[in-house]
Design a protein around this ligand. Structure first.
Ligand SMILES: Cc1cc2nc3c(=O)[nH]c(=O)nc-3n(C[C@H](O)[C@H](O)[C@H](O)COP(=O)(O)OP(=O)(O)OC[C@H]3O[C@@H](n4cnc5c(N)ncnc54)[C@H](O)[C@@H]3O)c2cc1C
Ligand SMILES: Cc1cc2nc3c(=O)[nH]c(=O)nc-3n(C[C@H](O)[C@H](O)[C@H](O)COP(=O)(O)O)c2cc1C
Ligand code: SF4
Length: 653
């Protein structure tokens, strides 16, 4: 089970030999300048990936057209002045023996920022179908003359990529976004000239580009294409279409394939969250391998070495692209090689990395507190060993303990509950969230390995602190649920919180109302509705939410997947509804200015948010004892913030 000889065997693609089969796919760091220049932080990220043992690293997406930028944080390869920055990126990858590949894109229908060309700021595409993220911005159908201009941009980009020292180039043609993906997709390409119609017509432009790049780069320069095995939407490309596409790409000069999946509207297939199948594209890759003779790699939830090894051993793919699992632990390949599989910090599939980038910040990670903060992130050793008391063993407290112990301090966690984990343990309970349990398991394993003193079932109070006499207290006391008086003291006698429902209170009925349609409310509804309520033993679950949608401001792939499941389970969703009165067997609520009644409710579940549990901090802050407040105790948020603040607090001691 621990023999990974296939995973660590070299592979030769065209004339490039890669030392192992672990390829890091392109992952945007959001660390470029608005001019598309690379940065020291990007170099550090790429250096980490290659130092960690990946055989090949695909550099994040790069714009080839300065007039239509994908986004202001996206790397550029549209001007010779950018080449020196690229050379540094490539050097950071080469430094540790990995190969460097550039991924290039024409943003086409996607640009979210206006271009710097005041005369033509519109988006362009194969046809006038807008991108789902940008539905009111109708792209202009490209003329053939414009397409030839774009071809020249690809050729120029390929020249720069080679001049920068890259070992190859990957053309982005996946996920139904970006210009070439719109050409291949029947959902976007409605052209009636020779560049549309059937699959051969839709492939004509992408193939012309591959041939032009080949001509520019010479026969030995590896060219890869990223394609979606399946668009996962009605009317979109199917795996059979993609097999044919791959064959045509190979004939045009493509040396290897990077098989992804889905579209941005079906983002749970692009960046698959916890709960999606592991290695969800491996079987597709195998089909594509049967259609072509060049190497095929697949991406998507390959997050443990056993799955990766099996994909290669069974011949499903020639390489595995491992993405987020290398963000959460860039040392993954080295640890596997050294037989330290248990030391790998697992990716929990929360997709907060993508969300952080979507909000414009650097790409950060819930499990890896260093990601996105590389430059100031040496853990180091403390100058003076201190006695540190951490109140609370949730993810924030556990990370604080890990880092403090690594720095050489004497560390104790006191946790008032009987076991470690705090909300992290509850968060793992809803369907599809099992990966969080593995994340927590890792945190617990680490603090034990580092000799942290663990005291369970003990609440930290000011008195306890006095008796324990620590040099520093870290208040990682987390949050508690909001249970409003009007509900608790209302007429309905079977009321509980979402946390209680998930932890397994026994008297949950069959007709349930969840008040609050945020993530916790929706996940709890999902948990309580095991299957459609018309099935035997099924439950009828209704969510009522005040805002005009559930999980507003959540752009994660996890949301797409959860909403799909709530719909499949027939969970009723009332939005724009405010509960006014609690009845003995239901509620009265107001929506659209009218009063409505919901009767026959057996159980009401409150999912109305979290408030900070910061009473210990309030007691201690003026007592002369050094105390820091981290995580949800400071402000209720997510695992990522708790973990980062835990690490930061410990680093400063
Ligand atoms: C159902 C659910 C789903 C969630 N899903 C996600 C998700 O998918 N992704 C995500 O990022 N976040 C999610 N969260 C939120 C996330 O779990 C929290 O933001 C995170 O756990 C906060 O970590 P923390 O360490 O600050 O506090 P907590 O996890 O709340 O831990 C605090 C700990 O302190 C203990 N404690 C409190 N007072 C004392 C005291 N005086 N002495 C000793 N011990 C004390 C508590 O018992 C608890 O164990 C979810 C939360 C819930 C409830
Ligand atoms: C933060 C982040 C940034 C990404 N940026 C890109 C990108 O620049 N180009 C691209 O084709 N895919 C991008 N992806 C998708 C990944 O390359 C990969 O296909 C996806 O994460 C699934 O693989 P995984 O399950 O191993 O993470 C990104 C993913 C993440 C998490
Ligand atoms: S943020 Fe979550 S999904 Fe992204 S790499 Fe980290 S653990 Fe994995």
């Amino acid at each position: 089970m621990n023999d990974f000889k296939n995973l660590f065997s070299p592979i030769t693609i065209n004339k490039m030999t890669v030392k192992n089969r672990i390829f890091a796919p392109p992952m945007g760091t959001n660390r470029c300048t608005p001019k598309g220049e690379s940065s020291v932080e990007m170099e550090e990220c790429l250096r980490d990936l290659s130092r960690g043992g990946a055989g090949l690293v695909v550099i994040e997406i790069a714009d080839i057209d300065s007039k239509r930028r994908y986004d202001e944080h996206v790397l550029g390869i549209f001007d010779d002045s950018l080449i020196p920055g690229w050379k540094k990126l490539v050097a950071a990858i080469h430094e540790n023996g990995a190969k460097a590949i550039a991924q290039v894109i024409h943003a086409g229908n996607i640009p979210l920022v206006d271009a710097d060309d005041p005369e033509d700021t519109g988006t362009v595409s194969a046809s006038t179908v807008p991108h789902a993220y940008n539905p009111s911005r109708i792209p202009r159908e490209m003329t053939v003359d414009e397409m030839m201009e774009v071809k020249a941009l690809y050729v120029a980009a390929a020249r720069r990529v080679k001049e920068a020292g890259c070992d190859g180039i990957e053309v982005h043609c996946a996920h139904n976004h970006g210009l070439l993906a719109t050409f291949v997709s029947p959902l976007h390409n409605k052209r009636t000239d020779e560049y549309g119609g059937n699959l051969v017509g839709r492939m004509k432009f992408p193939l012309e580009i591959i041939r032009a790049i080949r001509e520019q780069s010479g026969p030995d320069f590896p060219i890869s294409v990223r394609i979606s095995a399946c668009e996962m939407e009605d009317g979109g490309c199917t795996i059979d279409d993609t097999c044919l596409m791959a064959k045509l790409f190979e004939e045009a000069g493509v040396d290897f394939f990077d098989i992804s999946n889905g579209t941005l509207t079906k983002s749970q297939f692009v960046i698959p969250p916890t709960g999606m199948p592991l290695a969800l594209n491996a079987d597709y890759a195998q089909k594509i391998k049967q259609a072509v003779s060049v190497p095929v790699g697949c991406v998507g939830r390959i997050k443990d070495p056993w799955t990766a090894e099996e994909i290669i051993r069974l011949g499903k793919a020639d390489m595995v692209f491992i993405g987020r699992a290398l963000l959460s632990d860039p040392e993954f390949p080295n640890k596997v090689m050294a037989g330290q599989v248990d030391d790998i910090r697992p990716c929990i599939g929360c997709t907060e990395c993508v969300t952080s980038a979507m909000y414009g910040g650097p790409t950060t990670c819930s499990m890896n507190s260093a990601l996105g903060h590389e430059c100031d992130n040496e853990i180091g050793v403390c100058k003076t060993k201190k006695k540190i008391l951490i109140a609370g063993g949730g993810p924030g407290g556990l990370e604080a303990a890990r880092v403090a112990a690594l720095r050489g301090h004497e560390v104790t966690i006191m946790e008032k509950a009987a076991k470690l984990g705090g909300q992290f343990a509850i968060a793992a309970i809803p369907p599809a969230k099992q990966d969080l349990a593995a994340g927590l398991q890792y945190q617990i394993r680490e603090v034990k390995r580092l000799g942290v003193n663990l005291i369970m079932g003990k609440e930290v109070t000011a008195q306890v602190v006095k008796e324990f006499s620590p040099d520093v207290v870290i208040a990682a006391t987390g949050g508690k649920e909001i249970m409003p008086e009007w509900l608790m003291k209302g007429a309905h006698k079977n009321v509980c919180t979402a946390w209680e429902a998930l932890a397994g209170v026994e008297n949950i009925g069959r007709n349930i109302l969840v008040i609050g349609g945020g993530q916790v409310g929706c996940e709890t509804a999902d948990y309580l509705a095991p299957h459609n309520y018309r099935n035997l033993g099924g439950r009828k679950v209704t969510i009522i939410e005040m805002q005009d949608n559930i999980m507003v401001d959540d752009y994660s792939p996890n949301r797409n997947m959860l909403v799909d499941r709530l719909n499949r389970k027939n969970v009723a969703i009332i939005t724009g509804g405010k509960v006014e009165t609690v009845l003995e067997d239901g509620i009265e609520y107001v929506a659209d200015g009218a009063k409505h009644v919901l009767k026959g409710i057996d159980t009401i579940v409150a999912a109305m948010g979290t408030i900070s549990e910061n009473s210990l901090y309030e007691e201690l802050k003026d007592s002369g004892i050094q105390v820091c407040l981290i995580g949800d105790a400071q402000q209720p948020r997510k695992i990522m913030q708790a973990v980062y603040e835990g690490a930061q607090a410990a680093r400063q001691i």
